[in-house]
Design a protein around this ligand. Structure first.
Ligand SMILES: Cc1ncc(COP(=O)(O)O)c(C=O)c1O
Length: 402
């Protein structure tokens, strides 16, 4: 190499080398840097001891992480001295972080028996390995849930609207029982989102989200969020996330932040579509039942009306008359609606819980929850509603021609 060669690495890439500008970007920049340089050892001490602001190492914090967490805190009412949230690399990491932050060997957890399938596996396979006992109770029966609380119970975990049967938990009774027993209540607010329910306003101690779903909204990012209303426990959540390596990447945080900008619009449109679609599906020959909390025939319609402010949400489930072959015909016929194990995308997606989220249960276990082979869950998107109605009606008709 010539001695005149000028190595570009010497020019650096830190912000000190960025072009000067008197204006500011209107979009949050992405900071992919894994490390941050400090002026000297005293400056680093000051950062670590909280006397000066600054980032050091990406797993311990980065600007895109902070920006996204602050926005989610604001949406969930976790800001302003009421504790704060941490963004995690997935929704499951958020569930795990809350458990790790609170529970230790010998403790007991009471949880809803209709949680997301992987959360149920965490409770069934992982926590007992760590000496933590778990009791599952029916969250739609507040008294039964309360009766499962014991002196050694250290955490309660529920989803407000269950997947995939869309049952609505008895949140007022569960919340009162937890408060009376001094048991912190964690609420997975993924299905409800802050638009339908605000756990902190109802006295919950933790809020959990899979940001992958409605909040991110575009199926291009896997992220979670966990917040505690007690500032000390919020700090503990931060330590768990950083130490167990659950920190998300700057680009994922940036994508989710961008998704949040359209959250309200997407939610309103998808919810309006869902309400129309629920009634439309109920009128189709071949549909045995439609489950939508906004419909008067839903078993928890009255509770949903009170708890969710009369809103029905963006998810609709229904039971097709028939078994696996009928379901396969339906899924193949609905060729423009992806059959994909997720929810909350701008596009409508279909899922078949018996072969995906709830495949880990026995057939009896599924039947007890009302999940038959013909059970289909629709995550309703923002498409033009006429197109959705036509495509689903045609696919249902095709499914019945076996
Ligand atoms: C209610 C609920 N909680 C948690 C999760 C886990 O989220 P993730 O897939 O982002 O890990 C999901 C995923 O579907 C979910 O539906």
């Amino acid at each position: 190499m010539s001695k005149d060669h000028r190595s570009v690495v010497r020019r650096g890439s830190g912000s000190g080398r960025l072009p000067k500008t008197g204006s500011r970007p209107v979009v949050t920049p992405i900071w992919p840097s894994v490390v941050y340089a400090s002026a000297d050892a005293d400056a680093l001490d000051a950062q670590y001891e909280g006397r000066a602001e600054g980032y050091t190492y990406g797993r311990e914090g980065h600007p895109n992480w902070t920006v996204l967490a602050e926005k989610l805190d604001w949406m969930e009412g976790a800001e302003g001295g009421a504790g704060a949230g941490v963004v995690t690399a997935s929704g499951m990491a958020a569930v795990a972080a809350v458990c790790q932050a609170v529970l230790r060997e010998g403790d007991h957890l009471v949880a809803g028996n209709q949680l997301y399938g992987r959360t149920l596996r965490l409770l069934r396979d992982e926590l007992p390995r760590m000496g933590i006992e778990v009791t599952l109770a029916d969250p739609t029966d507040g008294k039964a849930f309360a009766a499962a609380i014991r002196p050694e119970t250290r955490l309660a975990l529920v989803e407000v609207v269950s997947n995939p049967t869309l049952r609505v938990a008895d949140m007022e009774v569960i919340g009162a029982a937890c408060r009376a027993a001094g048991v912190p209540l964690a609420v997975d607010n993924t299905f409800t989102t802050p638009r339908l329910y605000q756990p902190f306003r109802h006295g919950a101690d933790f809020v959990i989200h899979s940001v992958t779903k409605m909040l991110g909204g575009h199926s291009d990012v896997t992220l979670g969020y966990a917040a505690a209303c007690d500032p000390e426990i919020a700090g503990r959540l931060y330590d768990v996330v950083v130490t167990w390596g659950m920190t998300p990447s700057p680009f994922d945080c940036w994508l989710a932040e961008r998704g949040l900008n359209s959250f309200d619009l997407r939610f309103d449109r998808a919810q309006a579509n869902a309400a129309v679609l629920a009634d439309h599906l109920a009128g189709q020959p071949g549909v045995e039942a439609v489950l939508y909390p906004g419909r008067p025939d839903h078993p928890d319609h009255n509770r949903a009306a009170g708890l969710l402010g009369g809103q029905g949400g963006t998810m609709v489930s229904f039971r097709l008359a028939g078994g696996r072959a009928t379901v396969n015909r339906f899924l193949r016929a609905a060729e423009h609606i992806p059959f994909a194990p997720t929810l909350g995308d701008v596009a409508t997606t279909l899922s078949h819980p018996a072969s995906s989220s709830h495949r880990g249960l026995t057939e009896e276990g599924r039947t007890a929850l009302g999940i038959t082979e013909g059970f289909i869950r629709v995550s309703v998107g923002i498409e033009e509603i006429g197109m959705l109605k036509d495509e689903l009606a045609a696919a249902i008709a095709a499914s019945q021609q076996g």
